[in-house]
Design a protein around this ligand. Structure first.
Ligand code: ATP
Length: 778
């Protein structure tokens, strides 16, 4: 509202009160939700409340419903679990409990409730909402509340957020916390693999998921496990033979370790439980494989710890969206929850999601496993197929092509290494093998390809070896080598000749903006060199996430995790010593994506991007603001503050200079330092998300190349889809012709897409960081 409007006084007295609650099992990211909701509510001129201990707090009321101030949630983004507590509340299952809860809400004047929890919690919320009018009526009839007291609360304004490590709610691709849990699992499996390999052992690893196999499935995909057991998709009746035969084949090929991942709720086709011990006994059976086998149950470590960057982003953006939804709701609006589909955050009807989720559980109970799979999100079954295709390559998976349709496909990495490149190559090769294609590695990018032996260009090209690539699922860097050189620089004629010499039917490129540029050059050179009229597709992989045609590049998630880790540590050191502002320089080229999303993940006080630029006025405004903040700060928040600046945000101001300016201006009230994480941002081991997406997207890329098949010269000339970029755009995964991207969507001088989908997130970083709105030079 307008501050000068005459109705200001009345709006003030009837300030909306929004309460936030976490419920069910805790999950990493819940604190980020609370922080975002509290601050967004306050920003929107409302009072923010927290209901402590889940539904128990609503039922008990009193001290468990507390008003929250802006500074109460400082530093919460990096805390694990939920700081406002959660509990299983038996009373809320029954109407009398819910009646008391309704009364407490009204007595505290709560207008709206945001609930972050799993399917149980949201089922409870849905029931509460449906019952609300009758609860109010009962409270009045019984004389517990007066009619005028309930006047304002005729409708329950409720919004759900899905916080759960299981990723078990239908209608959303990811729940807040699931990628953090997956990260913990992958970390553990990576550790176990080393010892398994040393002793040539087998490990059966049990992960959480009583009714949902998402964690087990994705862990299998990310780590390249030999076999998985999930509730939704029991193996065939002969799962024993199936598992043993895959394990045996992998062993025959020389693999020294065996990893089987089993979800808590794993079932066989008859609905009988499959336990880790059953699997272990089978692997260890002297008359069979006779492997030295151990069981590791990961248990609660999966829930523990701080949230990964993705969960912080999800928690923050969804929390903000929940507050918006609450404020926009009318009595007619359908109750919603906040979902994410691919990269798009959307409101969806709560009731539908709850019903669909229950349907999955019922389908599993009925042993209608096809139905259970169908009810999971599209990505789930796609990843299941991906897993089967990439692990059981040596089996006849029934998708082998006839001889004459098999292609020779060149794999090439271009640009700087990024997390997930190797996982993508591995998955692409495995898929090729299962189809009968010949996958060939082109080493060290186009520079390597164009290398001369004597005066003859021979190229560094060789076939892949299964055993070698099988270990690449979790490897960082680029195993086949990568190089920034463009084909134009290497010599287009040489490249075209080599494509002909090696009889490539298709090219699969993985890389960043250089790779994008390379595909553009190859496409343009087709007129001159007919050998280049083969299908080619690019899977974007760069930490900068600046490739046109996609909102996500492999490696960008790994980078954000490294950056967020780094900033967490810096922040801790800052708060342990003195009041300090750290100015951190991030990578990202001329794209402010990394700086902005990093800022979102750590709660930065300011973020400087090349898109927005940085001038004297903006800097002065931020310096002034920080001085005010520290002046007001009575020591309740010793935690350090962070400013993130992209390496190319300004030609003049860099991290060091800004830190110096701040220190000079602070006059001893606070300190300032710069930090430059540099190449650390490329990451060591790629993140679970980058590994999983690498697998899924790489397989899609090869399938796209297959659409053109062999001898596609004429079709490639005519069809723009013969050279494409795969990308996640909004709610879908799409291939876009490179020609279209070149002409319409690329900001060539700045080497980034023209439109940055994340620009709106910058505003959210500013709002939640309490940064005053910068309106331009005075
Ligand atoms: P997770 O997926 O992590 O287990 P959850 O939200 O599914 O989380 P639950 O224990 O099922 O966890 O639910 C949390 C609380 O929500 C319950 O203790 C109860 O208070 C309330 N609740 C769950 N289901 C219902 C229901 N059908 N009716 C009323 N309240 C419910």
């Amino acid at each position: 509202g307008d501050a000068t409007s005459p109705s200001m006084a009345t709006t003030m007295s009837t300030k909306k009160k929004i309460a936030i609650m976490t419920s069910g099992g805790d999950s990493p990211g819940m604190n980020g939700v609370v922080r975002a909701c509290v601050r967004m509510a306050i920003h929107m001129g409302c009072d923010a409340y927290c209901v402590y201990e889940g539904y128990e707090g609503l039922v008990q009321g009193g001290n468990l419903i507390r008003k929250m101030e802006w500074h109460d949630v400082r530093g919460w983004l990096s805390e694990g679990g939920t700081l406002i507590g959660t509990a299983r509340c038996m009373a809320f299952y029954e109407r009398p409990g819910r009646l008391t809860a309704a009364k407490n809400m009204i007595l505290n004047g709560i207008d709206a409730l945001i609930i972050c929890g799993g399917d149980g919690s949201l089922t409870g919320a849905d029931k509460f909402r449906a019952e609300w009018p009758s609860l109010i009526e009962e409270l009045v009839t019984k004389g517990e509340l007066k009619p005028e007291q309930v006047q304002r609360y005729k409708h329950l304004n409720i919004v759900g957020l899905v916080g759960s490590i299981d990723n078990d709610l239908s209608g959303t691709d990811a729940t807040i916390g699931c990628y953090s849990a997956l990260a913990r699992i992958c970390y553990a499996v990576d550790l176990i693999e080393a010892t398994a390999s040393s002793h040539s052992r087998a490990f059966v690893i049990e992960v959480m998921g009583r009714h949902c196999g998402w964690l087990a499935l994705m862990a299998g995909v990310a780590t390249g496990a030999d076999f998985i057991f999930i509730p939704e998709k029991p193996s065939e009746d002969n799962w024993r033979e199936e598992m043993c035969s895959i394990v045996r084949q992998h062993r025959d090929l020389g693999k020294r370790k065996t990893i089987v991942i089993i979800a808590e709720g794993a079932l066989d086709k008859q609905g009988g439980k499959i336990t880790p011990t059953m699997v272990k006994d089978l692997l260890a059976d002297k008359d069979g494989l006779g492997l030295d086998t151990r069981i590791t149950t990961l248990g609660h470590v999966q829930r523990g710890g701080t949230a990964v960057a993705y969960d912080r982003m999800l928690a923050t953006l969804q929390g903000v969206e929940a507050v918006r939804a609450v404020l926009e709701a009318t009595p007619e609006t359908e109750t919603c929850f906040i979902a994410i589909t691919e990269n798009k955050i959307i409101r969806k009807p709560l009731m539908e999601a709850v019903i669909d989720t229950q349907k999955v559980a019922k389908a599993i109970q009925r042993q209608d496993f096809d139905e259970a799979m169908a009810l999971r999100d599209a990505e789930f079954s796609e990843q299941y197929k991906s897993f089967m295709m990439t692990t059981a390559v040596q089996l006849d998976t029934g998708i082998m092509l006839p001889e004459k349709e098999r292609m020779r496909i060149g794999f090439i990495n271009v640009g700087a290494p990024a997390g997930g490149m190797n996982a993508a190559v591995r998955a692409g090769v495995a898929y090729c093998m299962s189809r009968g294609h010949e996958a060939l590695a082109i080493h060290n990018g186009f520079a390597g390809f164009a290398r001369h032996h004597g005066d003859k260009p021979l190229g560094a090209v060789r076939p892949f070896d299964w055993l070698e690539i099988d270990g690449w699922a979790s490897k960082g860097g680029s195993e086949i080598g990568t190089n920034r050189e463009l084909p134009g620089e290497s010599g287009m004629e040489t490249i075209a000749n080599l494509v002909e010499l090696y009889e490539f039917d298709a090219l699969f490129l993985i890389g960043g903006f250089e790779a994008f540029h390379a595909v553009a050059q190859l496409r343009k050179a087709r007129d001159e060199y007919p050998s280049l009229c083969i299908p080619m597709t690019l899977l974007p992989a760069t930490i900068s996430n600046n490739v046109p045609g996609t909102e996500y590049s492999l490696g960008s998630d790994t980078c954000l995790n490294e950056l967020v880790d780094y900033c967490d540590k810096i922040k801790q050191s800052a708060s342990a010593t003195r009041r300090r502002v750290f100015v951190i320089e991030t990578q990202g080229g001329r794209s402010g994506y990394v700086a902005t999303l990093g800022g979102l993940g750590v709660g930065a006080s300011a973020v400087y991007t090349p898109e927005e630029g940085l001038g004297l006025d903006m800097l002065a405004a931020d310096v002034r603001h920080l001085k005010e903040v520290f002046a007001k700060d009575k020591g309740q928040s010793r935690a350090g503050r962070l400013i993130l600046i992209n390496e190319k945000a300004s030609k003049v101001y860099n991290a060091k200079l800004i830190a110096d300016i701040l220190r000079d201006e602070a006059h001893g009230r606070f300190e300032s330092r710069e930090g430059i994480p540099g190449h650390m941002q490329q990451g060591g081991v790629p993140s679970a998300m980058d590994r999983c997406r690498a697998v899924r997207l790489a397989i899609r890329c090869i399938q796209q190349l297959e659409k053109f098949g062999k001898n596609a010269h004429n079709r490639c000339k005519a069809d723009p889809m013969s050279s494409t970029v795969i990308g996640i755009k909004g709610a879908s995964v799409v291939f876009t012709p490179i020609k279209k991207l070149e002409d319409e969507e690329t900001d060539w001088p700045n080497r980034r897409p023209k439109a940055a989908f994340w620009l709106g997130m910058k505003e959210i970083v500013d709002i939640l960081g309490g940064r005053p709105r910068y309106i331009g030079p005075e």
